[in-house]
Design a protein around this ligand. Structure first.
Ligand SMILES: [Zn+2]
Ligand SMILES: [Zn+2]
Length: 497
């Protein structure tokens, strides 16, 4: 372990002093092969991404999207295992040899309800059957870009006779369904050495940050209905149970670790004031950077619910809705990804793309928007910054070293989950960002596959970050994947990150 860390320090020095000469750099001809392989597939990648963008599918309902990505991988010679971990749209695709490192790339695929939009710089929803879904988080690019990278790596493995396996994990329902958590729980990452992914964004960077672990659950109180004026003594109010629980939890806020976030809404508080509510429901989130703190605080919230039921003469049970770990960042992998991103370079926009961006930027709210020119720059590398969002990639990062990458697929200043993100993602701006991501991922996967010492260094850091004796326990417990969480027409958005 000691020597691995010495190596990291040396690599850092090298990076600062010159752009070349990583100890485990791929030879230029190998890099050129990988770039060429992505370029050879990029026209098809664009078709695949735009086809998915045109027919957006919500979490766990990504039937056509998943089938299309699987078909691309199958045509390129990957072996496909589909319907894994009890999720019909989840898959694992494998290529290469079984006697080398196993590097996985994640592919998210789901869209968001209510964010349909044409590829225009002004608001123009397009009606569709799936709750007016749209790819406002860019997962059509995410999935197609991951597939492009994997296909390029497979060709390189064969061209060079390098031993190792490249995989694509088709991970459904990132937007609240927690698909990756079920894949981790099913042990699908057990033999993976390193996992990489990317995410569409409004800027280019390979920074590796922490975020928040998150658990969400619905608490359901049951009491006794009665006439609220004529026979209140015969009633037991389920709403009283909800309110007593909230009261206790709000006092608890003073006595929880710094950075705990607790939020709730009352999703059912009864139907009429003159009826003692026999049913009431609240929906809670608990977040903190450390998943173990989230689990502890959630146990105390359960106690508050039990106490509330006891005191109000009601009963309570709860359903775990979602639970994700925070992301454990990896500096060794982050620096590799950053170096490769700088090799590939930021996307370059044409005059036509720039004028689309200028028009769209006029619709963005807020002050201090980044300049449009920032889409053609790469931000400085940052490690271990604190973000206050949550994602199901977090669980993956506690069972295998994980690193991410952002590329500019949206106009600078665009937030995820907006119509502006859907719009740019349907144009060549989105495609160019995905090509940069595919090349960066392909170079990084290949570099790792060819360099056992890099994998060893990433794993040493990973072991140290997790701490000794770590055992992965999913925050969702034993619940099955919520395959129908998007099937309601009420637009129920369980856990949007
Ligand atoms: Zn999202
Ligand atoms: Zn996303």
């Amino acid at each position: 372990m000691k020597s691995a860390f010495r190596w990291v320090a040396a690599a850092t020095l090298v990076l600062c002093s010159s752009a070349s000469a990583w100890p485990a750099d791929l030879a230029n001809e190998h890099q050129a092969k990988l770039i060429k392989n992505v370029d050879a597939y990029s026209a098809r990648m664009s078709e695949v991404a735009l086809q998915i963008w045109s027919a957006p599918e919500l979490g766990y309902l990504e039937t056509k999207t998943s089938a299309l990505l699987q078909a691309e991988l199958k045509a390129a010679g990957f072996a496909i295992e589909t319907g894994v971990a009890g999720m019909p749209t989840a898959f694992v695709a494998r290529a290469g040899t079984s006697d080398g490192p196993v590097i996985a790339i994640l592919a998210e695929i789901d869209a968001l309800p209510g964010l349909s939009q044409a590829a225009t710089p002004e608001r123009k929803p397009i009606a569709n059957a799936n709750q007016d879904a749209g790819h406002a988080c860019g997962h059509h690019l995410f999935g197609a870009g991951a597939v492009a990278a994997a296909i390029a790596v497979k060709a390189w493995l064969e061209e060079t006779g390098t031993k190792g396996q490249g995989r694509v994990y088709g991970t459904p329902a990132e937007e609240g369904g927690g698909g990756k958590v079920y894949m981790v729980r099913a042990g699908l990452y057990k033999d993976v050495d390193v996992t990489l992914y990317w995410h569409p964004a409004d800027a280019n960077n390979a920074s590796q940050d922490r975020n928040l672990a998150n658990t969400s659950a619905k608490f359901r109180f049951r009491g006794q209905a009665a006439h609220a004026a004529a026979a209140p003594d015969r009633g037991r109010s389920a709403l009283d149970g909800v309110e007593a629980m909230n009261f206790m939890v709000n006092y608890m806020r003073e006595h929880v670790p710094q950075d705990v976030r607790i939020h709730y809404v009352i999703t059912n508080g009864g139907a009429a004031p003159n009826v003692v509510p026999e049913f009431a429901e609240s929906y809670y989130y608990v977040r903190h950077p450390d998943p173990r703190v989230v689990a502890d605080v959630f146990e105390r919230i359960k106690k508050a619910a039990e106490g509330a039921a006891l005191g109000t003469g009601t009963t309570v049970d709860y359903e775990m809705i979602n639970g994700v770990y925070s992301t454990l960042p990896n500096d060794v992998l982050g620096r590799l990804m950053d170096a490769n991103l700088r090799r590939v370079g930021a996307p370059a926009w044409t005059g036509e793309e720039m004028s689309f961006a200028e028009k769209l930027a006029k619709t963005l709210a807020g002050r201090n928007l980044p300049p449009l020119s920032s889409a053609s720059e790469i931000r400085p590398y940052r490690f271990n910054g604190q973000k206050y969002s949550s994602t199901d990639s977090g669980d993956v990062s506690w069972v295998t070293p994980l690193a991410t990458l952002n590329t500019a697929t949206w106009v600078p200043g665009t937030s995820a989950h907006t119509w502006q993100a859907t719009a740019a993602g349907g144009t060549s701006i989105g495609i160019k960002g995905a090509v940069v991501a595919a090349k960066t991922l392909a170079l990084t996967v290949a570099q790792l596959t060819a360099s056992p010492e890099l994998i060893a260094a990433a794993k040493a850091e990973f072991d140290k970050s997790r701490g000794p004796g770590f055992v992965y326990k999913p925050l969702i417990g034993g619940r099955p994947p919520p395959l129908d969480y998007r099937k309601t027409s009420s637009g129920s958005v369980a856990d949007p990150g």
